[in-house]
Design a protein around this ligand. Structure first.
Ligand code: FE2
Length: 206
């Protein structure tokens, strides 16, 4: 089974004015689509196409850089779309919120660190909230297609900080894009689900 471009989990205009339908036309319809097509070409006839996307990322890393880049960008974008929701953002509630307070001191401190990692990523990449095998949340950035899964951390939330993610709406103001992401777009419900399943998988591996 080959990789397929997922539908966006919201209407293309639903994130306006924070993220325009024009940005999504390019970002989902052209960039993500191209990663899927290249990933399929580079993994044709291999078992990578039959794996869960998490496992495919790790297997592609062992194969070669071009395969990794495209499979990981397929994972990263599929994950990113689910991290966005109309009327999202702001302070979360529930178990994830409690863990954020425990591991970062406060939601405000988490927000600051996440923005710092996003703006501090030199060139293209991603900002992540992850759950580590030490049972703690951490914030990190990765370059290009890199993904925390290959370092044994489970993604909870991500923001794409490649220029193609924000240039049409924010030009060079990546910090403004990250502010908007945190204040208006984060799908905390999805992050909560990822947090719960990451906790379970770390518990089961122990
Ligand atoms: Fe992107």
């Amino acid at each position: 089974m080959s990789f397929t471009l997922p539908e966006l989990p919201f209407d293309k205009k639903a994130l306006e004015p924070h993220m325009s339908s024009e940005t999504l036309d390019y970002h989902h319809g052209k960039h993500h689509k191209a990663y899927v097509e290249k990933a399929n070409k580079l993994t044709e006839g291999t078992k990578i196409q039959d794996m869960d996307l998490d496992d495919a990322v790790v297997a592609a890393k062992k194969k070669d850089q071009a395969t990794f880049n495209n499979v990981a960008q397929h994972y990263n974008h599929s994950f990113f779309w689910k991290c966005l929701t109309p009327n999202g953002g702001g302070e979360p509630s529930g178990a994830l919120a409690e863990q954020i307070k425990k591991d970062f001191g406060s939601y405000e401190e988490f927000k600051e660190t996440f923005k710092e990692k996003g703006t501090g990523q030199f060139g293209s990449g991603w900002a992540w909230l992850c759950y580590g095998d030490n049972g703690k949340l951490c914030v990190c950035n990765t370059a290009n297609a890199e993904n925390p899964l290959t370092d044994g951390r489970k993604p909870v939330l991500t923001c794409d900080v490649w220029e193609h993610a924000y240039y049409l709406d924010y030009q060079n103001a990546r910090g403004d894009f990250l502010d908007t992401f945190l204040e208006n777009l984060v799908n905390w419900e999805f992050a909560q689900e990822n947090f719960e399943s990451a906790k379970d998988s770390v518990k089961n591996a122990a």
